[in-house]
Design a protein around this ligand. Structure first.
Ligand code: ADP
Length: 553
């Protein structure tokens, strides 16, 4: 798209002013005129021009003086000097002083138009190059949790705006305010826009940027929308990768004296939007990498620990079965002794048996040994889960029962859960999904640990419960992990899946868990959502497509 440019023609000859107004206007440009140098500078002070075509000799201020003043006042403007034959030396002097080019009078219109076109292109490139540089400095190496703030800062700086706001997709298919320069966090939390609604929702739906030069109220396209009159002029830009909406950037000018945005500003906005999109996409990739790195380091750790535990536990299990078998054989000796007791004989064996504690003591020994057996079997299962989590062949998708993933996750997080909450489970049978069980276990461990941390954080001293339910529903295989902890504040609800959003301190929270978990759910063709009312716990709903041909309704 060739955006309209705005051009100021400063010439004391009326005929030239009229000719250029007509010719440049026919090219789609907005043209203003000034009859002398002082008038030209006044206009440049008031408005934003892309190109100034200035006569070299004018009353009040001549071309070089105008040029010097313009360099200070609006250094971005490209200046084209129009000169007579005798003044070529002088025109060259102007070029040395920063004019873009000069054209000799009487000029061929085509020649002048070509010079103007090149001047416009250079201005665009210069502004763009500056923008690339600025965005690189601001966005590169940015700590990710500061990214949205930096994006807003860059947008305002680059577009010479006094307000900006970044909206990102929320879990309901709408948009929420990720950051805004002027909206308070409370208002931000309350602001939600559905696709097709208000300006941001429309831009997100249609996918093309909008310039609103004089505010909503004055724009007949938006007669159906109410406006608080705060915004004088704005650009609303969709950020998308193909059909995937990444966000919407709103750039506003609020000050009454600010120059209104115009179509020509879209050029610059498009470069800005591309840079911001890149930064947001990079941050998303960082999350994915973090997800696999987290898994990899967890896997490595798990593999090491599992190996260390497995051998001594194998020894315990072996000795346990030996002892269990010996004890069961000793059981027949014990019943003989008990029979002796019944016949009231007082043999030395019976006396010793009684001193030992008789059948009651023997029963306790059997129970204790059974306890050891159960504990060792649990350790064996946990080790199995840890190994499964780290096994490379697990990276291939397979069909598995989500209930086994739930049980694994519970075993892996039992240390955290114990002492904080009771766990209740209601699992429907045969819930087969296709994917990576290690990843689904990772999501569930995450949800369980979050529930435990939320409950522990409330520290209200009352008993708590975490319930895990699995079922087959129309939407697919659904796993609900619910807790009766403090729940999630309304303004945080849409933000919990954002990367790096955490309400925990730096040592407990990274703000990555849910972002990674949702990424994993979505990469399985499913989703992870949350329902919560502050003060009444939180329910995380993991939906996964049923494995084709099995478990589908
Ligand atoms: P982190 O646990 O590192 O903070 P997460 O992405 O796992 O990162 O969670 C983000 C935020 O979501 C948490 O800081 C917390 O505010 C909120 N949250 C997650 N689970 C729960 C829950 N079960 N109850 C209340 N708040 C929760």
């Amino acid at each position: 798209m060739t955006a309209r440019s705005s051009i100021l023609v400063a010439d004391d000859e009326r005929g030239i002013r009229e000719l250029l107004t007509w010719e440049l206007g026919a090219q789609g440009h907005r043209v203003e005129t000034a009859a002398d140098g002082a008038d030209a500078l006044e206009r440049i002070g008031e408005q934003d021009f892309d190109v100034l075509i200035s006569d070299v000799r004018m009353p009040k201020l001549d071309g070089v003086e105008v040029l010097r003043a313009v360099r200070k006042l609006a250094p971005d403007i490209e200046v084209v000097i129009a000169t007579g034959f005798a003044e070529v030396e002088y025109a060259i002097e102007c070029v040395r002083n920063g004019a873009f080019d000069f054209v000799q009078k009487p000029f061929h219109v085509a020649e002048l138009l070509a010079i103007v076109a090149r001047a416009i292109e250079r201005r665009r490139l210069r502004r763009t190059a500056g923008l690339y540089e600025a965005s690189r400095v601001i966005l590169d190496g940015q700590e990710a949790h500061r990214l949205v703030e930096s994006i807003i800062r860059l947008a305002m700086q680059a577009m010479d705006a006094d307000d900006a706001c970044l909206m990102l997709p929320d879990s309901d298919g709408g948009l929420y305010v990720a950051h805004s320069h002027t909206l308070s966090p409370e208002v931000r939390g309350d602001t939600r826009v559905k696709l097709g609604e208000r300006i941001a929702g429309r831009v997100a739906e249609v996918g093309t940027p909008l310039v609103i030069p004089s505010g909503l109220g004055a724009d007949p396209r938006f007669a159906d929308l109410t406006s608080d009159g705060r915004v004088r002029s704005s650009i609303v830009y969709p950020l998308a990768v193909g059909a995937r909406l990444v966000g919407v950037l709103c750039i506003n000018r609020l000050a009454p004296a600010a120059r209104p945005f115009r179509d020509a500003d879209l050029d610059r906005a498009s470069v800005l939007a591309a840079q911001i999109l890149l930064a947001l996409e990079n941050a998303r990739l960082v999350t994915q990498v973090a997800a696999s790195e987290r898994l990899a380091s967890l896997g490595l750790l798990a593999a090491g620990v599992a190996h260390e535990i497995n051998n001594p536990n194998g020894c315990i299990l072996l000795n346990h079965s030996f002892l269990a078998e010996s004890l069961s054989r000793f059981g027949s000796v014990a019943s003989t002794l008990e029979t002796e007791r019944r016949s009231e004989s007082q043999s030395a064996a019976w006396t010793a048996w009684k001193a030992f504690g008789g059948a009651a003591a023997f029963g306790e020994m059997c129970d204790a040994l059974a306890g050891i057996g159960e504990g060792a079997a649990q350790i064996r299962d946990i080790v199995h889960d840890m190994r499964a989590l780290s096994r490379p062949q697990n990276h291939e998708p397979m069909v598995f029962d989500v209930n086994s993933a739930i049980r694994s996750a519970l075993r892996l997080s039992c240390a955290e859960v114990r002492g904080t909450a009771n766990v209740s489970m209601a699992l429907d049978a045969d819930l087969l999904v296709r994917g990576r069980p290690d990843r689904i276990v990772q999501v569930l461990v995450n949800l369980l640990v979050n529930a435990v941390q939320a409950i522990a954080g409330a520290a209200d001293g009352r008993p708590h419960e975490i319930s895990i339910r699995s079922s087959s529903e129309d939407s697919g295989i659904v796993i609900r992990v619910a807790d009766d902890g403090p729940g999630i504040r309304r303004e945080h609800l849409a933000r919990v899946f954002e990367m790096f959003f955490t309400t925990k301190d730096g040592t407990t929270g990274t703000g990555l868990g849910l972002a990674i978990s949702r990424e994993i759910a979505q990469s399985h063709g499913g989703d992870l959502t949350v329902e919560s009312t502050e003060g009444h716990g939180a329910t995380f709903v993991l939906t996964l497509p049923a494995a084709a041909g099995c478990g589908e309704r």
